[in-house]
Design a protein around this ligand. Structure first.
Ligand code: G3P
Ligand code: MG
Length: 228
């Protein structure tokens, strides 16, 4: 039986493009990806930008923390393909009116950015999006704060741990989903599993029709799903 699981690109398409790059997001959208996962931080002048790490060292030709740069300063540095670090606004413009699911991860677990939730939710409200955005974080407080600001988006807690009573936890915390590093049954709650690149594991998750897999290689995952 065909799987109903969606496929989300983890940081875009890192097997073909720099992670969290507009080039990767654009390619994925042009090739009809189901959804995109990406990570958000704030610059010193409070502009949401897309990058995985708190520091720019690993993925750009610059050094230092995102929070220590203004957007203009940060834009002097480039990813491996020569493009600047994307602002959230650029991705929202790229996906406008397109049927692609978004999973925006608030990277507030190592470096906390006061007020990031209100800023990001305001931008999402003004954006031309087809689906509600799934906002995830390893920081549960960030999720709770976001839900209090705008209950119309969907919220998911990111965890590597086993959750004792997932349905009760989700109801208490107003979670639409659990984003799991290791699959576990979660009842009626949406489960999205990261980061799955192994064909056998993808097959196993598609057979269970988990809500979504988050993968570095969406084309491989799509081939696996199509062959079932
Ligand atoms: O959202 C799933 C996954 O992205 C969480 O881990 O470190 O890749 O952001 P990380
Ligand atoms: Mg992430």
């Amino acid at each position: 039986m065909a799987s109903t699981s969606l496929i989300y690109g983890h940081r875009g398409v890192p097997v073909k493009f720099p992670e969290n790059s507009l080039a990767g997001f654009a390619y994925a959208i042009a090739h009809q990806i189901d959804g995109l996962e990406f990570d958000v931080h704030l610059t010193r002048d409070r502009v949401p930008v897309i990058m995985h790490d708190e520091r720019i060292d690993r993925t750009t030709n610059g050094r230092g923390r995102i929070i220590d740069y203004s957007l203009a300063e940060l834009r002097q540095f480039t990813l491996a393909n020569g493009e600047p670090i994307p602002a959230l606004a650029e991705l929202l413009a790229l996906v406008a009116a397109k049927p692609v699911h978004l999973n925006l991860e608030l990277k507030t677990d190592h470096q906390y950015y006061p007020g990031i939730e209100r800023l990001v939710l305001g931008m999402l409200k003004r954006a031309d999006l087809v689906y509600p955005v799934v906002i995830s974080s390893f920081n549960l407080h960030s999720i709770e704060r976001s839900y209090a600001i705008d209950p119309s988006q969907q919220y998911a807690f990111l965890t590597s741990a086993r959750i004792g009573d997932p349905e009760d936890f989700a109801a208490t915390e107003h979670l639409e989903g659990l984003h799991l590093e290791h699959y576990q049954p979660v009842g009626q709650v949406s489960e999205r599993v990261w980061t799955v690149d192994d064909p056998a594991e993808l097959r196993r998750l598609f057979a269970r029709s988990v809500s979504a897999v988050i993968t570095n290689n969406f084309e491989l995952a799509r081939d696996v799903r199509a062959a079932m």
